[in-house]
Every structure is written in C-alpha cells, then in structure tokens.
Design a protein around this ligand. Structure first.
Ligand SMILES: [Zn+2]
Length: 124
C-alpha cells in the first residue's frame, strides 16, 4: 500500500484517506496473519479487489464444474417447492369442500375456504 510518509520516513496517519477513523465498509477477508484486511471494500461488495471483490462468483448451470444432471437447479427446486405448496393447500381445502358439499360447513369453514381459494388462484 502507498503510505504517505513524513520526511523522517514514519507513516503520517493524519494523511491516510482510509485510516483508522474512515467510516466506510472494510473488506471482510482475513489476511494470512489472521487479521481482518484493512482495505476498503469495493462499492456494493464485501471484499476489496485483492480479495475477490471484482469476482462475479462461480459460473451457474452447466458451465459450473460441479454440474451433474440439472435436477437440482434453482428452477427445478423452485418448481418442486411451489408444487409441494399447492399440494399442501389442496390437502387443507379438500375437507372443507367435502363439508360444503355435505351441507355441514359452518360460516367459518366457508370463509376459510374462500381465503384458501384466493391463495390457490395466485399459484395458477
Ligand atoms: Zn481485502
């Protein structure tokens, strides 16, 4: 790092732009000595340019070296999560529908069923 020096060669900490009192965000990396990196983090990032701040991360999809068959991609997992939620919703609705058809539904049952139907409609 380029430290401003006094004439006698000692560091002049009053002139450091990113000195100890600098209020901005520091790089969160650990150095080899175990201390936190003192450099400022890049804008919108948690790391400085020495510690991967410019990296966009590992490649996604089939470009990632750990890709096997695509059955665990974000899209597939989201679809599974959504399908399970719809299934759970239907399992909650079915007994209420049965009560409605059997004529034993209370006003609370009808109200709950309407609410669940509104959630169900948002999924489709
Ligand atoms: Zn750093």
């Amino acid at each position: 790092m380029n430290k401003p020096m006094k004439a006698d060669g000692r560091a002049n900490i009053e002139r450091w732009k990113f000195g100890p009192d600098w209020p901005g965000r520091r790089c969160s990396a650990r150095t080899r000595s175990g201390k936190q990196c003192q450099k400022p983090a890049l804008k919108g990032k948690k790391r400085c340019q020495l510690h991967g701040g410019k990296s966009t991360g590992a490649p996604t999809g089939a470009n990632n070296g750990n890709w096997k068959h695509g059955q665990f991609t974000k899209e597939v997992l989201q679809r599974q999560h959504r399908d399970r939620a719809v299934l759970q919703l239907l399992r909650t609705m079915w007994p209420l529908i049965a009560k409605l058809q059997g004529g034993t539904a209370t006003t609370a049952d009808v109200r709950n069923l309407r609410r669940l139907e509104a959630i169900f409609d948002n999924y489709e």
